[in-house]
Ligand binder design. Sequence first.
Ligand SMILES: O=C(O)CCC(=O)C(=O)O
Length: 302
Amino acid sequence: MQTQLCQSDYEENGYVVFRNLIPLELINNLLEIYNQEIVTSTTPFFRQSSGKYEVNQLNEFGYVTQSFLDIHDYEKYSRFSEAAKEIFCSKKIQEALKQITGYESFSLMQTMLFDANTETQAHQDWWYLDSVPNGYLTGIWIALEDINEKAGRFYVIPKTNKNPDFHSDKPNISLSEWLERIKEYVSSHQQDIMAPELKKGDVLCFNSKTIHGSLSTISSRFSRKSLTAHYIPQEYQFGNLFTTKNYIKYKTYKGVQFYRNKPDFSLMNDWKLKGKSFFYNSPILLKILRQVHSKVLRMKSK
Ligand SMILES: O=C(O)CCC(=O)C(=O)O
């Protein structure tokens, strides 16, 4: 593994790149199963961008245009998820995280797979997911192939882990206004955008406060096969800027704790999701729902 400067680099710049971290055979194995079982599947998968279960939509070059959430724990495609966990729960990743943060071990909280670029809007993760106390979640972006510039690269804005803060002057700011503030920040700091060339097996680690997103696709002929994963130090709780999710139940793979948020598709799970979306559109109802949910889970665990 590289340089001992990593921890100070990470703290200073809010990101760090590890070259050749993931063994190519693990990536090849995952992609083989992906092509055999997932691309061809007619099952709906949960999509973070729409908040819905949707079947795959392929572009003219055969790449799935939506991202896949929490691929490490698909019940229906356990061979695929096992291949994913071999990467996400590997010693190499645990050691890299330890090297840049100084913490000993990490829980895996969320994963994604991208086939084509989805042109992710600039954001900081802590609005959606973070450690509690805040600021200790690390996201990692893994290149599953040599990423062509024309595919639209992943980028970070260095040092935004320190500043600026887009919400604390207005505690009830809406998500769309918060995203708009970040968008404006990014447009006025174009010169700071860092979109490194990443080759198969390279990993970019970034902090929950670091602004990141994806550049526009120049040619959809190029896929942008990649994984992301988000980890918190094991001793911290999980949540985000607004809440602590103290009801999390973990599973374990090869000694690494992991969590999955959205279950596999079923008619029942689809209905539950639709019901939840109704609450999500009302912050007050959502707050009540969360309180009831955590109370029920606490009662169950007694
Ligand atoms: O790869 C992307 O387009 C965005 C990934 C991302 O924002 C994340 O996983 O936090």
